[in-house]
Write a protein that binds this ligand. Structure first.
Ligand SMILES: [Mg+2]
Length: 234
């Protein structure tokens, strides 16, 4: 069956893990206190603070307590929706000021363009919020890449390691799972996607992992590549 859509992970797949961990997370950690103090009266921020208050029991007026909780979540890399939303707002300021650009591996833009020309729809599935994903591809080292993608999914559709999330994505893009190819650097995510019937390819970036692609290839049920150039859908 022809591959009609390709769904890709970001971290460790299209992009180096280093950018997120060494640039984005420390930036959010450094600026979260100032950002919350400065913007706490704004509706979008207030809505997030209200949900954090409900979730944690920290009173809404205890802004400093709220900030300490947020800082702890960032340090622990917690996948909490409210944190992801706030981080997106903080990063937006940094991207717009040109303080950093999202890392993309060299082989990625050309292949995405080729697949798009072959009339395959491209999607993102990442644990970062949809907003953070769109910022990422808008302010990339290759410029604004958003037009390459037909849609973005985050963990509001479901966890990345559960097959049901991939069934829901297939439903959302209205394609049979077997006509969708999922790209990721995570074995657990690939297993979940395969369980849902998607085709899979394991992207192993030697810059990001100590896994030896040759050894993995011997026993992996998922095809293994080290660059998007090695991916040939169909
Ligand atoms: Mg990944």
């Amino acid at each position: 069956m022809k591959i009609a859509a390709i769904v890709t992970d970001i971290e460790g797949t299209t992009s180096g893990i280093g950018f997120v961990h060494d640039v984005l997370f420390p930036y959010a950690l450094k600026h979260v206190a100032g950002f919350v103090r400065e913007h706490q009266e704004e509706r979008d921020v207030m809505r997030v603070l209200l949900r954090i208050s409900e979730k944690t029991g920290i009173p809404l007026h205890d802004i400093e307590g709220m900030i300490r909780q947020l800082q702890q979540w960032i340090r622990d890399d917690e996948k909490i929706t409210e944190l992801k939303t706030l981080q997106g707002m903080i990063w937006e300021k940094g991207y717009k000021q040109g303080l950093f650009q999202a890392h993309i591996y060299d082989d990625v833009p050309e292949q995405l363009q080729r697949w798009q020309q072959e009339e395959r729809n491209l999607y993102v599935f990442s644990s970062g919020s949809v907003k953070a994903q769109q910022l990422f591809f808008r302010y990339s080292i290759f410029g604004d890449m958003r037009l390459l993608f037909s849609g973005y999914y985050d963990t509001t559709i479901g966890p990345k390691r559960e097959a049901n999330s991939y069934r829901k994505i297939a439903e959302a893009i209205a394609l049979k799972p077997q006509s969708i190819l999922f790209l990721s650097d995570s074995r657990e995510e690939l297993d979940a996607a395969a369980e849902a019937g998607l085709r899979t390819t394991w992207v192993i970036r030697p810059q990001d992992t100590s896994l030896d692609p040759e050894r993995v290839r011997l026993k992996s049920p998922h095809p293994v590549v080290t660059s998007f150039e090695q991916i040939h859908p169909d």
